[in-house]
Design a binder for this molecule. Sequence first.
Ligand SMILES: [Zn+2]
Ligand SMILES: [Zn+2]
Length: 307
Amino acid sequence: MPVTRQTVSETLAGIAERRPVLQPILSAFEPFLEARASLPDLLSPILEQSGFSLPPWRQEKARQGVPLLAGVSLDGLFPLLEQSAQVLLPHLTALPGMTGHSEALHAFFSDEKTCMKASDMLLTGHEESLADIATETGLAPAVLLFALEAVFGPVIHALASEYKAPWDERPSSWMQGFCPVCGSYPSIAYLDRRVFDEKNAFLAGGGGKKHLHCSLCGTEWHFRRGACPSCGQEGSGVMEFLRESENSQGERIDWCTKCRSYCPTVDLRERGDIPDMDAMALGMMYMDIVAARKGLMPLKPSFWNQF
Ligand SMILES: [Zn+2]
Ligand SMILES: [Zn+2]
């Protein structure tokens, strides 16, 4: 029987049960994460009406490491961003560190020109220009970046669900450590469970294959286990992992001995359930602290792992 993924709430409850000290922060983020998880379904019909056309997936471009949305005009997507902001801003501005920014954020997300320009910059990685927009808008760059990623991510997720995940086919033409759709780095990775072939009831695979989960749009893709998603080096001794001996359900940190970047990882073979990955990334913040003490850098800086 296929195992379905847990909801945000189920995942957070499971984490809080084992790590009660995290309860206040998990509770603070829960309504925001739940609202964010519900958005792609809500946005799909708006996408259909938007007239925005998706570029086709091209194996050739994928082999060159060019993400799907690179160079694509975002014209027509503003109604989706508007809807996403309307749903998320009340939760977002209730988060610790975000209160007091409500007015400026509402103004930012109702200004089509600025908001679409910033979204474009987010995809092209022009964080300096984003900082300029933040200053003009009267927001701290970190606040604007967090809000924009929160609001724009579900929009890209809705776009990505229109494809039949060609990036996860085997053998895959996508070999990169960044997202095949939007080009962002993963916030979390997982090693998959054993796979059973339902047709003949034989074990089809022992599991343990690595998948990366995009921090921005939630797209997931297969990645080589012995390779570093950041610097691309590969081979024995490149990747190591760190874990806590007690109270763990497959949570660990995979880090690169060459460039010292790390990504939180869950080994699903050690768990009875499959967590919501965005909730799990938040719930593994205690591992971020362990990594920071070791002098490691997060592959994808999050609101909560910049110490
Ligand atoms: Zn992505
Ligand atoms: Zn590396």
